[in-house]
Write a protein that binds this ligand. Sequence first.
Ligand code: PEP
Ligand code: MG
Length: 841
Amino acid sequence: QKHDSLGYTRIRRVAPIAVNTHGGRAKCLQRLIRLDLPVPETVALSFDAVRKLADGQSVDVKDMLNSFGPRPLLCVRPSSEDPDWGGPGAMLNIGMNDQRHAELTKSHGAEVADALYLRFVQSYAIHIERLDPEEFENEKSLPSDQALKAALDAYENETDEAFPQEVEVQVFKVLRSMARAWLGTTARLLRQAKGAPADAGLGLIVQAMSFGVGPGESGTGLIQMIDEDTGAPLIRGRYKRQSLGRFRLSDDTKALYLTSDPRGPSLEQDCPDVFDKLTTYSALCRSKLREEMQIEFVVENGKLAILDAVRVNRSTRAALRTAVQLAEDGIIPKSEAVLRIPPRSLTELLHPQIDPSTQRDVIASGIAASPGGAVGRLVFSSAAAQASSARGESCILVRRETAPEDIRGMHSSVGVLTERGGVTSHAAVIARGMGVPCVVGASVSINTRSKTITASDGRVLKEGDTITLDGSAGQALLGATKMLPPAKDYWYLQLMDWADDIRDIDVRANADTPADAAMARGFKAQGIGLCRTEHMFFDGDRLTVMREMIFAATDADRQEAIARLLPMQRSDFIELFRIMQGQPVCIRLLDPPLHEFLPSDRAGAKELAEALDMPLSDVTRRIEWLSEFNPMLGMRGVRLGITFPEIYAMQARAIFEATIEASKIGDPVVPEVMIPLVSAMREVEMVKTQVDAVAAAVRNEKGADFTYRLGVMVETPRAALRAHEIAQHAAFLSFGTNDLTQMAYGLSRDDAGRFMNSYIQQGVFPEDPFHTLDVDGVGELLTIGADRGRKAAPDITLSVCGEHGGNPESIAFCRAAGFDYVSCSPFRVPVARLAAAQLVA
Ligand code: PEP
Ligand code: MG
């Protein structure tokens, strides 16, 4: 029933109302009406109608008002497409004027009439006419009639006009003001952080008021059937007698309990029939709307009205439990439960917490803005955060306060610390949305120029220093603190089991150390897809031996140093195989340029000279000799393996000896050996010949047999283009999309942070290609590599082990391209498992 240019639809059982034209609230109200719930007369304005209002088009609201009979009192509420996107606050009691005031004085008494009128004048003045709130908020101490008069006078003083008496004027201005509020910058940023598109629309609901004041049993309340933090079944809510406005759960002064309660009177005892109806309606909503709803109700002279129902505003944990419970009750299929949880939101459940038994060296306290604990190095700009994350280093972003241009930097950080702000400041809102631990308003002074923070006790920390952030307690602690893995409850495990049953692409973890591997196992990774062995050489002793190897003057010296590295590597691998028992473990031979193992400054070089008992000049000469103009494009990966074959030979031996050892104590292990940074078939042939020879030698020496798989990392465009040749010598191809992106774009992983923000803002790139796979370019290299590789070796295993392996959009690409698995950091494994399932469900 469309009328004049405003355009509205009366909500009826049969009426053209849809979530994407009128918003979720409008659709929900229609559903309540279809369930025969007593909903007062309601009309819906579409996104289009609201847009016209915001544009300043004058419309006639008379026709719409006719729906409500003579002299209505109305309320207006927002109806956005997704309830998480928010919207302007509701306006109540529209239509109050002198005449209605006189009538209400007769029917409900002067105090009620004064209070209703006063509330309306106040909110109209403050929210619609945007007058100074102070002028309207100091009437509390006056008797009600004087307070009302003061507010009406203040209105007239501020606007030079009497308070509008015509309902048409009031309604029109309220609608227009709410339509415009939706377009405000803050509102837009907030909803975009929750995934709303730039052009998200707002619908509005106009509803006849029911009064929770007056003769007989009257009041307002809320009811929901679960605890919003845990999702556990629990009748929760309150009912407030003789209540003028909307009821909020936080506002429980003098409110009744819903269920019988020893602490005081309850709705169940005092009004059992109302209580029964409410629980029946709640159960009906749950089974028919297939969701846990919070119902807002009014009792007017004993008669129940249902004003609204919204999905219970709940934590991720509660959302997950609700989805699983609804599926277990047969209300939704399991596949839908799997679809209901945004994969990225799992990180909230998965966050580690700081071990409560650890000693805390608190360097700053502030507001606990986003929960969970994180350890990282301090960085002072978003660019530094992005560079750090591109290097695979965890960082904590420190800012005086954050602004929208920091969002990408926040994405790259494991924690955020700000000097200013409160629970709803930008940093807090965004960090919570991302599930990143965050402390705001911290007791530190930040100097972004010198890149230092000074604690209130005078201690100074600089860029690169490690701290632990406790977003749950609002503290920053000095150093890395022991963390506890998060609790994964029955509901989480159940949902993830269903996800695993549904998905058809495997998920492995990138894990370098036994601790990573244990975590990966805990997250149910199906093996290790990438073990970066260089991370095993950075521990104290090992680094020294590694450096001795690099500085060896003769082949014999080098062999001697390598022989000392062998048992260390072997024990690492035995441990990894033990933890991952029965699952594939893919070990990458040494990848980084050797100079990464050497000190970068003079003091470090001096220390090294002492440790190696060499003249400083020899040390610096060697460091200089190893330095390269473009180290990422220099002697690294397989190039290193071919130049110093002893290193790969040692690693292969360590892997095979560990295989034999680990197979004695558990399931047989089939290790995977992976060659990095290949660009030519001949490189693979040469390394394969060598590794095969080591395997034969180990078999011979130990008198034990084992199998292994040798594969290639496709990280250079040439490797993708020549995949048909390479595949002839490889059991698997694993696409290293970090380097492949770097090389496809000719864009340094470590320097991209400098201008990525500006690139994204100017729309040069739609997304950071190191974050979300560039399907058009890098994706084509993947497809070419996969097709050519499969043509030469139809059974070859294909995977992605770059950072993109944990990105839901990139997983979709890999699955469509027929890859066997993706591999990502342990914490992203559950996200990847769920994201993969959603592609099928
Ligand atoms: C890659 O390049 O994608 C990769 C996984 O290797 P790294 O990140 O260690 O260079
Ligand atoms: Mg790489």
